[in-house]
Design a protein around this ligand. Structure first.
Ligand SMILES: *Cc1c(COP(=O)(O)O)cnc(C)c1O
Length: 361
């Protein structure tokens, strides 16, 4: 290889743990003496079913998933869930509550409106999505079929630091950009889900954890492939699942296990975010987008206030091996995505770079 690996701060697809990549590399053309790659195997073969089941079990153990919940390995991205959730869940009362705290919860809200009466339990647009609503600000309808929110707003860099309390209304949560970064109490949710490409595996896999009794109430026109019940009954194998991504997820889960499990991920997450926010707060030039008590530990959004200077920062950082720091086009400025696989050393290097840029400009 001509170039060393860089510290990649991309929001997704994003860095994967190096040991997982290296193991995949070692097994790429001949998986455990089978004479073939995982990419070449039948999804119904004994060998692949072993990979599938072990990956499901590892995830169940790591997330401490209760027995009355199913783990599904689906496709169509996290965005596919924007339709799948109302299609399967809204029939109970025809109504649902949505908290819109960023781009993806807004897209989910817009999509859900096709299927029922959708009520905004909170809308953070007027603050330019710079903060998370407090529990007492949530306008809850006790008659909602479910309450929907996104635990970490990947684009704006805000994150819920509590689990909303909604009484008997099931919680549905998009955890695409903070799943596996800390322990969660799955029993508090009806459904939690994540596109894999931020913190789990390569793009192409969507992980859904669903309380089993919530399936089987889909609207009559629900497409077969968008029906949780179909996927539960066939254990995610109604059709060909994203085999390679599931295998890669297994390797990433092994790496998490070897690094202290979800408690270990939480410790690392706090160290990375603490260091970066502290450096930004002590700088002259940089301001964070998120309000202090709503800051995300996964996506850190900041800017100088001068677009030319922001562009210079992004370019010089890339030249120093700190790549993909340009903010999303909706926010401008910079965004450092610091998921599980970002080594602490990468954040330390970024902090050094921020300090020297701060002095030089
Ligand atoms: C990236 C992202 C999505 C969209 O994921 P796709 O898999 O591309 O559909 C949805 N929600 C959140 C929170 C995300 O970060």
């Amino acid at each position: 290889m001509s170039r060393q690996r860089v510290y990649n701060f991309a929001a997704g697809p994003s860095m994967l743990p190096l040991p997982a990549l290296e193991r995949a590399g070692a097994e790429i053309s001949n998986y455990q003496g089978s004479g073939m790659s995982v990419m070449e195997m039948s999804h119904r073969s004994k060998l692949f079913l072993g990979i599938f089941e072990r990956t499901q079990e590892k995830l169940r153990r790591l997330l401490n998933v209760p027995e009355n919940y199913r783990i599904l390995f689906l496709q169509t991205g996290a965005s596919g869930q924007f339709s799948m959730i109302p299609l399967n869940l809204i029939s109970r009362t025809g109504k649902a509550d949505y908290a819109v705290t960023g781009n993806f919860s807004n897209l989910a809200f817009q999509e859900a409106k096709k299927y029922g009466q959708i009520h905004l339990a909170a809308d953070m647009a007027e603050n330019d999505y710079s903060r998370i609503p407090r529990q007492e600000e949530l306008d809850l309808d006790p008659d909602a079929s479910y309450f929907y929110y996104c635990s970490n707003n990947t684009i704006y860099g805000t994150e819920w630091d509590y689990v909303p309390q909604t009484g008997s209304v099931p919680l549905v949560c998009d955890m695409s950009s903070d799943i596996l970064s800390m322990p969660v109490d799955v029993s508090q949710y009806g459904i939690l889900y994540a596109g894999a490409q931020k913190n789990m595996a390569p793009a192409g896999l969507t992980v859904v954890v669903i309380r089993e009794d919530l399936a089987g109430h889909e609207l009559p026109f629900t497409p077969l492939m968008m029906n949780y019940k179909t996927m539960i009954d066939k254990d995610s194998m109604y059709n060909t699942p994203p085999c390679w991504c599931i295998y890669m997820l297994g390797l990433v889960l092994d790496w998490i296990d070897e690094n202290g499990g979800l408690q270990g991920m939480l410790d690392l997450r706090q160290k990375r975010a603490g260091l970066l926010y502290d450096t930004l707060d002590h700088s002259r030039l940089f301001r964070c987008h998120a309000q202090k008590n709503s800051r995300s530990a996964m996506n850190v959004t900041f800017r100088t206030g001068d677009e030319t200077l922001d562009a210079k920062f992004v370019a010089q950082a890339a030249a120093a091996g700190l790549v993909n720091l340009k903010g999303h086009r909706k926010t401008g400025g910079m965004r450092a995505s610091i998921y599980n696989a970002m080594p602490l050393e990468g954040v330390e290097k970024l902090c050094d770079f921020i300090q020297s840029f701060d002095r030089a400009n």
